[in-house]
Structures are given as C-alpha cells and as structure tokens.
Design a binder for this molecule. Structure first.
Ligand SMILES: NCCC[C@H](NC(=O)CCC(=O)O)C(=O)O
Length: 445
C-alpha cells in the first residue's frame, strides 16, 4: 500500500508574541519585547502550507492552544474570574504571565514524536506528545496537544497514543525536532534516528556548559521503547555540545534527513564518523547520501542565523528532493552561495524554494519547526480526521478565519488585556468546528 509523508503544520496562534522565553535560542532572546503580528504570522504559515500542498505534497494543519493558560495561573494561586486572574498575574508576576501567553505550540515539530506503522512491532502509528520539560512555557503544552492528536488520529486499530514522558530534566523530550527517519519508499520500514543533547544519568559524559541540552539520551531511548522500534533499526547519536552552546537548541537547527538523504553540518554531531557508520549499518538496504555542509563554507553561526538546516527536505518525485528554506537563507551570503552549489552536486537535492516565515523565525522557528511529519499509508489517512487536510477550500476558510479573529499587532502590554482571551476562545471555538475536532480546549471541557 502506498504511504506518504504528511506535513502537519502548526497554525500560528492569536497570542503569537516575542517574550524572550527560550534561553539558548538566539532569536528568541534577541527579539524579546518586539511587537509581533499574529495575523501576519498565521498568514505566512498558511501560505507555506498551501505552497507545499500545491507541490503535490500531503499537507494538514494542527490547531493552536488556548492562551493565556488561566488554568495554569490558577494552579499557581491566582484566583477570581478569568479577568481577575489575568489582571493579577500580569501585574504581580509579569514573567510568569508572559510564559502562559506563548503561542509556542505553533512549532509542531516539538509537539510529539511519531513512528510510522512500517517501523513498529504492532504495525500501528505511534505518537508520544513531547513533555518539553526544559522551558516552562512549553512544558504546559502537552495536555491539550495530546487531546488534539487523539482527536485527529482517533482509531485504535491504526493509532497508538502514549503519555508524555515524566516531567523534569532527566526525561526532557522535545519531540521530532531531535528525530528523523531514513527509508526507501515511505511505505517501507525505516531507520529511526534520535539525537540527544546530554546523558541525564551520567555526569561523566560530555555536555554543553553555557546553554541547556533539552533532550536527554534516556528520553530518546524511552521513546524508542514505547514505539516498539526494532533496536537494529534505531540509531542514537549525541549532538555536539559546542553547537548547543552556539545556539543550536534542537538538532533540527543543524541537520535534516529525508528518505535516503542526511543533510547535516560538519559540526553537528559528536563522533560524526561513528554516527554515519551506525546509520549506514542500520540502513543496510542501500547507500545513504550524506550531504555534509563544511564549516569553512557555512559556519555554525551562519547556520544559526539563517536556519539553513531548519529547512524542510521534501521529495517532489522519486530521487528529486527540494529544500524548503526560510528567506533568511537568501539574506546570508555564505548560505546563499552554498545553496546555489548544493543543487549542482551529486545528491538528491535538486531545488531550493524560499518562503517568508519571518514572524516565526524571530522566535527561532523555521519551516521545519513549523511542521510535524507523519508518515501515513492510504488506510491510515482514511482513518484520520479528514477535516484537517489542506485543500483550496480549507485554505481559504482558514485565511478568512485569521482575518476575522486575529490582531494585526501585539506588544507586551496587549497581552495583559483580558479581551485577548475572549477573542482567542471565540476564534478557537470556531476553529474546532472548522476542523471537526470536538471539544479539545479546556474552556470547552
Ligand atoms: N522548534 C523551534 C522552537 C522555538 C521555540 N521558541 C520559543 O518558544 C520562543 C518564545 C518566546 O521567546 O516568546 C523554542 O525555543 O522552543
């Protein structure tokens, strides 16, 4: 049966803003306190989804979360009506309040890790929502994310859902941003590749010293166990601690894989030769294309500033891949030059397509952060919720929905406006109907 890589992009939420919440993420800190445009952000994201769908790729959408999260604020001792909670929290604990307003669920690469049915022992598609333990504003995403995933992949015959790993630093899990998969055709069994930043239970191992390693080796192994992966077809590798300290907070900021191709920066991994050997040994059916970007052509800082590796690497026809890159890649001379060359080399990457996702980029999220890849075969696609798949009609409905509900501009002081929650709930209530999700948000339960 035929299978496809379906990109599930996160819809940018009505509270999208820049609050400088992510230590270790250069863009997030640099742009803290700038005004954002939730409307522009959502429209940019939708335009990218439409473009990929027009390329013949399967494209779907994941909804934003309810923000500000007044339920978490209540858990933290703020009382009264929702309006009281917002007023008190924004005045008495502005930093905590800002964290509960983040639209960070838009980066759906971090929503979960997915293993396709071709890789799992019980032949189901496995989902584990990421606990995102390392950052408070992200650690509150998983309860609703889990409900949304269950509402979309709602059929026990095909889909298995796991709880997020236990919260806390030891099992810090950032989802698919640190996970990629190699395969022949998408319907064939693949090799799953997990990249972690540190060992949680062994302090003698190398680890970054300046910025946090968000994903642990132990978390990656737990996901592989839960997803019933074949150990002979699973590879674990450590991200180089120096690149984490240079602002590479997820592996998808320094490498991306698709089918038989790994596009990676020379400095991405510890013990790179071993990592490549392990991948090739596990993927014994055919030679992999290892497309190495040399540090003397693109420095780690060029990679972090341009988000070259946070591109999507997609297959447009057999053996013909395109890099879907953010426009920042054209603004960086070295990266622009490299991209002109890479399509001339002997590898499957034949095209570069540039998209403007600047609203997301200013918080450190490029095209790859904005999507969760879910490999599904024909039966699994039929078993999933049909209303989330992008077609011309849904695209125009969602554009109109954004135009109707979203603000043009949002600054820090606007976040404290209780009306923002009222507007967001109205928007999300309508969205659950458009996407046929049932009740998934706390205000609907
Ligand atoms: N995969 C891309 C994730 C980007 C995300 N940025 C943020 O949460 C920044 C939010 C802010 O600073 O307002 C993060 O660091 O996890």
């Amino acid at each position: 049966m035929k299978a496809y890589e379906v990109n599930f992009d996160g819809l940018v939420g009505p509270t999208h803003n820049y609050a400088g919440l992510s230590v270790g993420n250069v863009a997030s800190l640099k742009n803290a306190d700038q005004a954002s445009s939730p409307k522009q952000g959502a429209l940019q994201g939708l335009a990218k989804m439409k473009a990929l769908s027009d390329m013949g790729l399967k494209q779907a959408v994941l909804p934003p979360l309810e923000r500000p999260d007044v339920y978490v604020l209540r858990q933290l001792g703020f009382t009264g009506s929702d309006e009281d909670v917002i007023k008190k929290a924004s005045q008495e604990a502005p930093a905590v309040y800002a964290a509960t307003c983040s639209a960070s669920s838009m980066w759906t690469a971090n929503a979960c890790t997915v293993s396709p049915s071709a890789d799992t022992r019980d032949n189901k598609v496995h989902f584990t929502a990421a606990n995102l333990s390392n950052k408070f504003h992200r650690s509150i995403e998983s309860p609703t994310t889990s409900r949304v995933l269950k509402a979309i992949f709602n059929n026990e015959q095909f889909f298995a859902h796991h709880q997020p790993l236990p919260l806390g630093d030891h099992f810090g899990d950032e989802g698919a941003a640190n996970h990629t998969r190699f395969c022949g055709d998408y319907n064939q069994s693949g090799v799953e590749f997990f990249v972690y930043g540190k060992y949680a239970f062994d302090n003698s191992k190398p680890a970054p010293t300046k910025f946090p390693a968000r994903q642990t080796m132990e978390a990656s192994q737990a996901i592989a166990r839960l997803h019933q992966l074949d150990p002979a077809r699973t590879v674990f590798a450590q991200q180089h601690p120096d690149v984490i300290d240079a602002g590479v907070f997820h592996n998808d900021v320094i490498s991306v894989g698709n089918q038989d191709c790994l596009f990676y920066h020379e400095n991405a991994f510890l013990n790179t030769e071993q990592v490549l050997d392990d991948l090739q040994a596990a993927f014994s059916e055919q030679p992999l294309h290892f497309v190495k970007v040399p540090v003397n052509e693109v420095s780690v800082s060029d990679a972090v500033n341009s988000y070259l590796f946070n591109s999507q690497l997609v297959t447009l026809s057999p053996g013909h891949m395109a890099i879907i890159a953010p426009s920042e890649c054209h603004e960086n001379e070295n990266v622009r030059r490299y991209l002109e060359q890479v399509i001339e080399l002997d590898n499957p990457i034949k095209e570069v397509k540039i998209y403007d996702v600047k609203q997301s980029m200013r918080n450190g999220g490029g095209p790859a952060c904005l999507r969760q890849r879910v490999v599904l075969n024909d039966d699994e696609i039929k078993a999933a919720n049909q209303s989330v798949f992008i077609n011309d009609e849904l695209f125009s409905t969602l554009n109109a929905w954004v135009e109707k509900h979203y603000r043009d501009q949002l600054s820090e002081k606007d976040l404290a406006d209780p009306q923002l929650l009222v507007e967001s709930r109205a928007a999300l209530d309508e969205l659950t109907q458009i996407l046929n999700l049932g009740s998934v948000y706390p205000f609907q339960l």
